[in-house]
Design a binder for this molecule. Structure first.
Ligand code: PHE
Length: 349
């Protein structure tokens, strides 16, 4: 009898570590625990057989059983700690919130195509030594017209369909129709020599269609120094043209009229699509019209208090939106202003 109990205890002691280790989940471990230590477990069953033993043998068997029980309990506790750690790691992994993933999949914004174009144009002029200036979009009649040698009722006012602001006397405050008023501000605020470019938004009374918008963008240029000639104007625009569009694109000037420049010219460049051979975009002419330019009119210099005998200068101004549209083959200027993300995300930068 004693031998039976001893053998069983030894068997349990020998098997227990393997059985505990084989429990792959907390649930399985609980089952093994029940089998070994529980009320209906193997050790408990042994205990019941002990009543038949004499006191001496009972004490020895009891001691052996207690040792096995203690070591089995320790093995189960250790295994439980391991399994609980593994379960926690699994839960953590399953519930993990990877914020870097959210960042990777986030839609990243970019500068608007107009801003990108403006920045590139400005960069080229800054590289040529020009400074950058800005002025307000709501202007007075003085800056937008009068100071630019366009007095009230001058027929040339018809060149700009003006949007007036209901402020002060009628038709004294307006949305600037071009960036040329910034010329006046630069000459009033500073002193020659002036080499400045002035990008910005302008407004005209126009109905929106594929090639017109009541709001668009221009970049203005102004140089005032001693001995500036028309050759400087032509040379500057040619240098800009090849720097911005590449060496194969050249510029030409055609006689034109602006009240604030004399002489005045239209500034054309070789068509950037056919490089001058003639195509649909340039209407088979080989040339694209960019904007206006000319020598600053002496009246304009006088209007800002400059001595027109001492100082001469040139100015130019051209639209930015059409330039960007042509460059990217977009055929509707309204795309520039509707803010459609499907359009905008084609120009990441
Ligand atoms: N401001 C003129 C326009 O918008 C362009 C221009 C600028 C012409 C400077 C000559 C000199 O039409």
């Amino acid at each position: 009898m004693t031998d039976d109990i001893t053998r069983t205890v030894q068997r349990i002691a020998a098997e227990a570590p393997g059985r505990v280790a084989a429990a792959a989940t907390l649930e399985e471990l609980r089952a093994v625990e029940g089998e070994l230590l529980g009320k209906k477990g193997e050790l408990t069953a042994l205990k019941k057989g002990m009543g038949a033993l004499d006191p001496e043998a009972r004490r020895a068997a009891g001691q052996a059983m207690n040792e096995v029980r203690a070591s089995v309990e320790a093995a189960i506790a250790a295994r439980r700690t391991d399994l609980e750690g593994a379960a926690r790691a699994l839960t953590l992994a399953a519930e993990r919130l990877d914020l870097t993933e959210a960042v990777e999949h986030r839609q990243r914004g970019s500068l608007h195509l107009v801003t990108q174009t403006m920045d590139r144009l400005v960069d080229v002029f800054v590289g040529m030594g020009f400074t950058v200036a800005e002025g307000p979009e709501v202007e007075t009649d003085w800056y937008n017209f009068e100071a630019l040698n366009i007095p009230a009722a001058h027929p040339a006012r018809g060149m700009w369909d003006t949007l007036y602001v209901d402020l002060g006397d009628p038709e004294t405050v307006l949305l600037r129709t071009h960036t040329s008023p910034v010329q006046i501000r630069v000459m009033t605020d500073g002193e020659p020599p002036i080499y400045a470019v002035m990008p910005g938004r302008v407004y005209r009374r126009d109905t929106a269609d594929a090639s017109h918008m009541p709001v668009f963008h221009q970049i203005e240029g102004l140089v005032v120094d001693r001995g500036i000639s028309f050759a400087d104007l032509a040379g500057t625009l040619e240098a800009f043209t090849s720097a911005y569009f590449g060496g194969s694109i050249h510029s030409r000037l055609r006689p034109s009229y602006f009240p604030f420049t004399e002489p005045s010219a239209e500034y054309d460049i070789n068509c950037i699509f056919c490089e001058g051979r003639g195509c649909r975009t340039c209407g088979q002419t080989g040339w694209l019209e960019l904007g206006g330019c000319g020598m600053v009119h002496p009246n304009v210099l006088r209007n800002v208090g400059l001595d027109a005998e001492e100082w001469t200068g040139f100015a130019f101004g051209f639209g930015l939106d059409r330039l960007a549209l042509m460059r990217h083959g977009v055929d509707d200027i309204r795309e520039m202003f509707t803010g459609d993300v499907r359009f905008l995300e084609q120009f990441p930068a």
